[in-house]
Structures are given as C-alpha cells and as structure tokens.
Write a protein that binds this ligand. Structure first.
Ligand code: DX5
Ligand code: ZN
Length: 221
C-alpha cells in the first residue's frame, strides 16, 4: 500500500490570511498544496491565477499541485510553472480547447509533474491513450467549479480501472481524487485504489487541521 498523500485545496481557505492558512496546513501534516485554477469558461466560476500560486510558493516548502480548469491551458502552463507549480494537471475534454498530447509534453518540458483529469460525465476511454504519458490521474468526484459539493461514488469505477492499469506497470501513476472528500469518502477512495486525496472543505472548515488530515488518512485521533 503506497502512502496516502493529502492535498488541501486552498479554494476553501480564508483568503484574507492565505499565507497563514498555507503555513497552518503544512504544519498540520499536509503533503501537497492543491491550487484550483478556474477561468469562468471551462467551469462556471473564477478563482485565482499565477500571482496567487507565486504567493503560496513563497510561504511553503510543500509541492504545489496546480489543477487547471481552464480553456487553452497550453497558453498558461509556462506562467504556472514559473510561479512555482510542482505538478500541473489539465482536463482531457474537448471543451478545454487544447491539444492534450502537446500540452502534456509542454508540462513535462517545463519540469513539472504531468497530470491529466476528467469530469464525472466524461468517459474513462478518453484518457486511456495518454496514460503512459502522465505521472498522475486526477479523478474528479464532483463536477468541477465549486467546493463543498457531494462525492459521486460512481466515479470509483474510474479509480479502480486506473489502479488495475497500474498493476501491470513498473512506472506507477498517482491516482488522485478531488471533490467531496471527507473521512468517509476518503476511505472509499483509498479502498478503490486512490493514493492522493484533495480536500478543501473537510480541512479548511475544520477546527483542527491536523486532526482533519489524520482522519482523511484513516488514522483516528
Ligand atoms: C472542485 C475543485 C476541488 C474543490 C474541492 O472544482 O477542483 O478541488 O476545491 O473542494 P471540496 O473538498 O470542498 O469538495
Ligand atoms: Zn481541484
């Protein structure tokens, strides 16, 4: 069993004290910091851009896991790499308006880890041609755009398929889940083969971040 990594999504943090929030989750045991980038086109919300990623970079030693929910990701990859992203994950859907293979290569050449993701409505088959070109598959367990939504258990089918694919490979990909992750849905995700948990609400709306992170890992306080 690989170690389960926890990546708090700062979308749910208190932006009036973002630097402090990032330091607090680092101290609480977070493994990565998840940055949700939304452009108001690919998803129906707007979050933040490279300037905020750059600010976060200055306040933590942790890897920054940048999730681009944007059109034309290829245009912005260099700016997020420059801002300090450690991994960059892009969407496979045609609505994201980019050449997926080229963008994955571009992320690789930027020195970041390469991630690919798909919406709950999107068929797993769409990303299969890219599996040997990525370091991480992100399975969205809510429709992207907003924090605080309910986990979609039927997406575990995709997690299982990715885990099966991993079994036959020497170079394993990380399997990350994002959306509606709490202690209970984390357990389900891990059981199905996920090893990276993104959580916004479950961490930043908790009183004790360290306890929330331990609960996600399945360690009771
Ligand atoms: C959804 C984002 C998620 C979101 C998770 O569009 O990609 O990362 O912030 O938030 P919670 O954990 O609140 O569902
Ligand atoms: Zn995300």
């Amino acid at each position: 069993m690989p170690k389960v990594l926890v990546a708090p999504s700062i979308l749910a943090a208190d932006f009036s004290q973002l630097a402090e929030e990032v330091r607090r989750v680092e101290k609480a045991g977070a493994d990565w910091i998840h940055c949700d980038i939304m452009d108001g086109h690919f998803v129906d919300n707007i979050s933040f851009g490279p300037a905020i990623v750059d600010l976060v970079r200055k306040h933590t030693e942790l890897p920054l896991d940048v999730h681009l929910m944007i059109e034309h990701a290829d245009h912005y990859v260099p700016r997020f790499a420059e801002a300090g992203a450690s991994s960059i994950t892009v969407h496979v859907e045609p609505e994201a308006k980019h050449d997926v293979a080229k963008t994955l290569q571009q992320i690789r050449e930027s020195g970041c880890r390469v991630g690919l993701t798909l919406n709950p409505e999107t068929a797993y088959e769409l990303l299969e041609p890219f599996l040997d070109k990525i370091d991480m598959l992100l399975v969205m367990t809510v429709h992207p755009g907003f924090g605080g939504q309910s986990f979609r258990a039927e997406q575990m089918e995709k997690v299982k398929r990715a885990a099966e694919w991993n079994e036959s490979r020497e170079h394993k990909i990380d399997i990350e889940v994002d959306g509606g992750i709490n202690a209970e849905t984390a357990r389900v995700s891990i059981q199905n083969g996920a090893n990276v948990l993104v959580a916004g609400t479950a961490i930043f709306h908790a009183k004790d971040y360290a306890e929330a992170i331990r609960e996600l890992r399945g360690i009771s306080a």
